[in-house]
Design a protein around this ligand. Structure first.
Ligand SMILES: Nc1ncnc2c1ncn2[C@@H]1O[C@H](COP(=O)(O)OP(=O)(O)O)[C@@H](O)[C@H]1O
Ligand code: SF4
Ligand SMILES: [Mg+2]
Length: 322
């Protein structure tokens, strides 16, 4: 196999948070020892409940946030120095981009959207006329017209704003785009349009996607390879078909069972995912899923399960497979 374009190696990120007046600070482990490889042009999915650490992982993958431990490498070069500083400027600009759930976060409300779309090129010193040409081309590509570039973000619908954010992310022809819940804020009718757009531009420009969503259906639509995350830890990695047909981790099984059934007449399975998501400030001992797991055993309370390899490209972190 080719070398991965982006690698996360045992990446951990903690945040110091205030607990209360008397208790002082505590360390919240948002991402715990995550390793993954992203290959050129592929779509890798990352799915898990809200608060499990997906955005923190995504922000580290594009270098917006430095890991507390471990390393992120783009084409073999670490994004950060050992001191957590961003590495040489020439490693990153334009190579890594991000599309956020809320496109307002990457579009300045006071600037015409054309300026925002061209900004990553301006940052790389591309001249005005060349930039305007590239912006017009990108706007057309995402289904808008060059004239739209003179308007302001509030003049567009949510779906159009997300198209503009995609144009901005793709204008530097990045190697990797982290799409963080790109359709979660959109109406169901608009979601499919934006997902199809993301697929189209990937075919044209070939960026690899790390595609993040809490919605397994959305991840399944976009990604042939999927990672499942629970409370800061990756717990299963699998090709899409195998994951949907024979989910290995009890958490993945619960996620699948709680997906809405789309075929009429098919019986709705009982709710499997009972109980609250525990706080990452006080994660359960051993396997963090044990308080909610229907198959928990004694060892699950004591020991965190290591990875078990089930097949080529399929691994799971659960004591049932040891
Ligand atoms: N800057 C921060 N400071 C403190 N806690 C944070 C910060 N960013 C994220 N967290 C916490 O880290 C955990 C994971 O958050 P996040 O990565 O946003 O999860 P997700 O994207 O899966 O919803 C949450 O408990 C969240 O409150
Ligand atoms: S390790 Fe134990 S508690 Fe965790 S998912 Fe597997 S069976 Fe359930
Ligand atoms: Mg998030």
């Amino acid at each position: 196999m080719n070398a991965p374009i982006l690698e996360l190696k045992h990446v951990t990120r903690t945040f110091a948070v205030r607990r209360g007046l008397l208790e002082g600070q505590a360390l919240l482990r948002a991402v715990d020892d995550a390793s993954l490889s992203l290959f050129a042009g592929e779509s890798l999915g990352l799915v898990g409940e809200s608060g499990c650490g997906k955005s923190t992982l995504g922000r580290m993958a594009v270098g917006l946030l430095s890991p507390s431990a471990g390393e992120v490498r783009l084409r073999g070069t670490p994004l950060h120095t050992a001191h957590g500083r961003r590495n040489r400027a020439d490693v990153v600009p334009g190579r890594l981009q991000m599309v956020f759930q809320d496109p307002f976060s990457s579009l300045n409300p006071r600037l015409p959207v054309g300026v925002s779309v061209g900004e990553p090129l301006a940052a790389r010193g591309v001249s005005g006329p060349q930039r305007r040409e590239a912006v017009a081309e990108m706007l057309r590509l995402v289904g808008l017209s060059p004239e739209h570039g003179r308007r302001f973000p509030h003049e567009f619908s949510g779906g159009q704003r997300q198209r503009i954010a995609v144009a901005r992310a793709l204008i530097t022809r990045p190697d990797v785009v982290v799409c963080d819940e790109p359709v979660s804020a959109l109406d169901a009718s608009v979601q499919a349009q934006v997902l199809n757009l993301l697929r189209d531009v990937q075919e044209r420009f070939g960026p690899a996607y790390l595609f993040i969503s809490h919605d397994l259906a959305v991840v399944g639509f976009m990604c042939p390879r999927i990672l499942v995350m629970y409370l800061g830890r990756l717990v299963e990695e699998s090709p899409r078909e195998a994951l949907f047909e024979t989910p290995a981790h009890p958490y993945t099984q619960a996620l699948l069972a709680s997906m809405p059934v789309r075929e009429p007449g098919k019986r709705v399975p009982p709710p499997v995912l009972s109980g609250e998501l525990p706080s990452p400030l006080q994660p359960p001992s051993g396997c963090a899923f044990h308080p909610r797991c229907p198959r928990a055993m004694d060892i699950c309370r004591r020991e965190a399960p290591p990875w078990s390899e089930l097949a080529e490209g399929r691994r799971v972190r659960c004591h049932l497979y040891r």
